[in-house]
Design a binder for this molecule. Structure first.
Ligand SMILES: Cc1cc2nc3c(=O)[nH]c(=O)nc-3n(C[C@H](O)[C@H](O)[C@H](O)COP(=O)(O)OP(=O)(O)OC[C@H]3O[C@@H](n4cnc5c(N)ncnc54)[C@H](O)[C@@H]3O)c2cc1C
Length: 477
């Protein structure tokens, strides 16, 4: 008889892989005998992490780096021995907003804020009032747009923040939850009355804690980091370390729960095989979770998971010979406000941000097409998409040269756009699941934050829950 606790993880993106890795590592430490199986629909692991290396280029079709302010991805890379492979940004980078068809630099300090053409004198004055704006009395969720409009004024939101956030979340700041995307700022308002005051207090706290501990100031981390060979290195290294089974090119088609069975979960696979499990972790987009749980849990849960909106995006990496370009764009990116006529959501300076991504004589830009307002553009045929991107690059940067490489990656759909009240809804879904489907857990970008560090953090949290729930019944080595 199989003495192992069988754990099946559905989805081999960063959330599923991190869940398997931390499960095995923590179970080993606790002397528990578990066996993990990851089931991944696609032939490649990584989900949205999609690096393609060719001819000396590192093209990223999905995420291209992660923030280090949220430490989980940085820590995981260190723990996996990838420290020598990490590459940080050398500066916090120049960021731009499209204004009258041309990139205008986003101010990064008080001096440049006073000089920027992106805000009128009234808009700048409104920004300076932030520390004196009364905090909201309620603590319930609100939209990110509503939060930022109250704190910083409409101009700052419409001209700078909305396009910047929109290009990341592919949605509208006036619809998405502040608790999911910028929960820390909402907490600062509640605790300190203002975001500026909250940030000052945080810096003082950190400095006092450091002085009290007597520890030297830690080495400064870069704001963003990636890996030499692309983010797929993190995926491949995790896959190498995971000792359980990894089934690639195999979808879970149905899930059944029968509490009378010793192993109460049965998962049917597209290969025809059936897996039995004590524990199931769903690490897929939330609409796939809804499909798998349909008929297994109460309908309200299915409707709630299905209601989380996702928007499509297609990324187009375009490389040029440096010598063909008079003035290569030196910024990390340009975001496009709704008021502009451009059909792009954003353009990223892929080789300006990380020069190792292209041979020295080459220069790479990446265009984002689609999103909430122009979803159909993400589905244009390749030739029309390339024409569109080249037209836009000619208008915005005067680039008319023939590309040396083009790399297209479609995400239909791509990122979740968590609406107001999202976290409360997720907590409610999890309470119902704990009652009706014990030992089944959810993790992933659609739940509590979609950045790579958010996904890793959620999977770490889920692992802690699983092992706590397993302790009374688990088999010890
Ligand atoms: C264009 C783009 C750019 C981004 N840029 C950044 C960035 O620079 N930095 C950053 O931190 N984040 C970025 N993100 C967000 C981040 O990449 C994702 O949120 C994160 O990778 C999602 O990981 P996940 O494992 O939760 O989900 P996914 O990566 O979606 O993985 C889910 C997996 O489940 C599999 N699956 C689905 N159905 C089944 C089934 N029935 N059976 C088995 N398997 C199934 C899928 O094939 C997939 O592999 C970006 C996202 C996109 C789309």
């Amino acid at each position: 008889m199989n003495q192992y606790t069988e754990i099946v993880i559905v989805g081999g993106g960063i959330s599923g892989l991190a869940a398997a890795y931390y499960l095995e590592r923590t179970a080993r430490k606790q002397g528990l005998t578990i066996h993990t199986t990851i089931v991944e629909k696609e032939a490649q692991l990584g989900g949205k992490i999609a690096t393609q290396r060719q001819d000396g280029f590192v093209f990223e079709g999905g995420p291209e780096s992660f923030v280090t302010r949220k430490p989980e991805a940085w820590e995981l890379c260190q723990e996996l021995g990838l420290q020598e492979r990490l590459v940080g940004t050398t500066s916090s980078g120049k960021n731009y907003v499209l204004r009258h068809g041309r990139p205008a630099i986003v101010p990064s300090g008080p001096g440049s804020f006073l000089a920027t053409p992106l805000l009128s004198p009234g808009g700048k004055l409104r920004l300076l009032k932030e520390p004196f704006v009364k905090p909201r009395s309620e603590t319930s969720d609100e939209s990110l747009g509503s939060f930022l409009r109250r704190r910083l004024g409409d101009e700052m939101v419409d001209n700078i923040v909305k396009p910047a956030i929109g290009s990341v979340y592919l949605g509208d700041v006036d619809e998405m939850s502040v608790q999911v995307s910028f929960g820390r700022f909402a907490e600062m308002e509640q605790q300190h009355g203002s975001v500026v005051k909250g940030m000052v207090a945080l810096m003082k706290e950190k400095s006092a804690a450091r002085k009290a501990s007597g520890e030297p100031r830690p080495a400064k981390k870069p704001a963003f980091a990636t890996l030499q060979g692309g983010l797929i290195e993190l995926v491949n290294t995790l896959a190498e370390r995971i000792q359980g089974e990894i089934l690639r090119g195999t979808a879970v088609t149905t899930l059944e729960h029968n509490p009378a069975q010793t192993k109460p979960y049965a998962l049917m696979l597209s290969s025809g095989r059936m897996l039995r499990a004590d524990v199931v972790v769903l690490a897929t987009p939330t609409f796939v979770m809804a499909d798998l749980l349909d008929g297994v849990v109460e309908t309200a849960v299915i409707e709630q998971l299905r209601a989380i909106p996702y928007n499509p995006v297609t990324t187009v990496n375009v490389a040029f010979n440096r010598r063909d370009i008079a003035d290569p764009f030196d910024g990390f990116g340009v975001v496009v406000p709704e008021s502009e006529s451009s059909q792009l959501l954003a353009i990223e300076g892929m080789s300006a941000k990380f020069p190792h991504r292209a041979p020295d004589d080459q220069f790479v830009l990446r265009a984002f097409v689609g999103g909430q307002n122009q979803p159909d553009l993400a589905e244009l045929p390749d030739n029309e998409l390339i024409d569109l991107v080249r037209r836009e690059l000619a208008t915005i940067f005067d680039i008319t040269a023939e590309p040396t490489q083009v790399h297209i990656q479609r995400w239909l759909p791509a990122n979740p756009q968590p609406p107001v009240g999202h976290l409360a809804m997720v907590a409610q879904v999890e309470r119902t699941l704990a009652r009706q489907l014990p030992m089944l857990y959810l993790t992933g970008a659609g739940l509590r934050g979609q950045g790579i560090p958010d996904c890793i953090r959620q999977s770490r949290d889920v692992v802690a829950h699983i092992l706590a729930d397993l302790q009374p019944t688990a088999v010890h080595a």
